[in-house]
Design a protein around this ligand. Structure first.
Ligand code: LMR
Length: 330
């Protein structure tokens, strides 16, 4: 029986314990990526973190790992599928083990410009690709731009034959590997975090990447020759683990969607600005030569690489390639 003495003691204990019972640590959500914070993806991730923590900070904390300091992209895709991390935005070339359909983004010269890329991503076919890996635990929540890829090398080049015999780093995608094989170059698949070291030690003599990545990773220090080739696209899919996503309450999912929508828009604006600005920065550098091919010269590169469109038609799906081509002719 509670008496006059035990009641205040119990109340005191409850007053002490209640805040502890109600107060729970926010859940840590990990966003892993491989580029520097000062890139479209780095900026997008930071905005996403700050929006979520401002609105739902009592329950969620977003921890961003940049520069592959937690894991590289191949591992991040598996970690998302297995629910070990919560968000990542690997380039569209990094899903080889999970779907063949995204290889459409690796086909050289398929998209004439970023508007075409954007139109395709927003089309019903592009949107359907976001859920193409759901049965494997990976859900796409949106696309993020980086930009068109450029070719860089340690020696001068203007024609496709000039790359013969050079070792070129590629992302781990068989379309990209074959693209360099068609140029009689040697393709060396490698994680992004290893590229700078491999260039510095001359284990590779060339690579393809966006202006933003060439600049922010200082690849130019060992790649003085560049060509405005715009031959391929390097964009990202923002992915999460399907079970984690479906386990969120509807209200929280709505908040996450809103924060993602805003931060992807912001990241895309950063991508557009960086594509222009980082190119200009590189063009201004004294020891860098940025070659602008004529339309005829570019056509010879296109002819050399384009057989991949038909080689991959069955694997990717003809309707997907057609929809992408359609987006290039508005
Ligand atoms: C690369 O591996 O070159 C890119 O995917 C890096 C990135 O995330 O932009």
């Amino acid at each position: 029986m509670m008496n006059g003495r035990t009641r205040p003691a119990l109340l005191g204990l409850l007053t002490f314990l209640l805040p502890m019972l109600l107060w729970a640590e926010p859940q840590t959500l990990v966003f892993s990526h491989v580029v520097s914070p000062n890139t479209p993806k780095g900026k997008m991730a930071e905005m996403f973190k700050s929006m979520i923590e401002r609105r739902l900070g009592d329950r969620y904390e977003i921890v961003i790992h940049a520069n592959a300091d937690l894991m590289d992209d191949d591992e991040a895709v598996t970690a998302i599928a297995e629910g070990r991390i919560h968000f990542a935005a690997p380039s569209l070339s990094k899903f080889e083990g999970y779907t063949q359909q995204l290889k459409v983004f690796d086909l050289p010269f398929l998209f004439p410009d970023m508007d075409a890329v954007n139109r395709f991503q927003q089309s019903p076919t592009g949107q359907a690709l976001l859920t193409s890996m759901e049965s494997r635990g990976i859900l796409g929540l949106g696309y993020l731009h980086n930009g068109l890829k450029q070719l860089t090398a340690s020696r001068p080049f203007t024609r496709p034959n000039d790359l013969a015999g050079l070792r070129f780093r590629t992302m781990n995608s068989d379309v990209l590997i074959k693209q360099f094989e068609l140029l009689n170059a040697e393709a060396v698949p490698m994680a992004f975090s290893e590229v700078y070291g491999a260039l510095a030690e001359q284990r590779i003599q060339g690579q393809e990447n966006t202006w933003s990545n060439i600049y922010s990773q200082a690849f130019y220090e060992h790649q003085p020759y560049m060509m405005i080739s715009n031959h391929g696209v390097l964009d990202y899919m923002l992915i999460t683990n399907s079970a984690f996503w479906n386990g969120l309450s509807e209200a929280d999912r709505h908040e996450f969607r809103f924060a993602l929508e805003m931060s992807l828009k912001y990241g895309n604006a950063v991508a557009t600005a960086k594509s222009t600005n980082d190119k200009v920065e590189l063009e201004r550098m004294k020891n860098i030569s940025v070659y602008e091919p004529s339309a005829d010269e570019l056509a010879t590169w296109q002819t050399a690489m384009q057989p991949l469109w038909t080689d991959y038609e069955d694997l990717i799906g003809e309707h997907i390639i057609q929809a992408a081509r359609q987006a290039g002719r508005p």
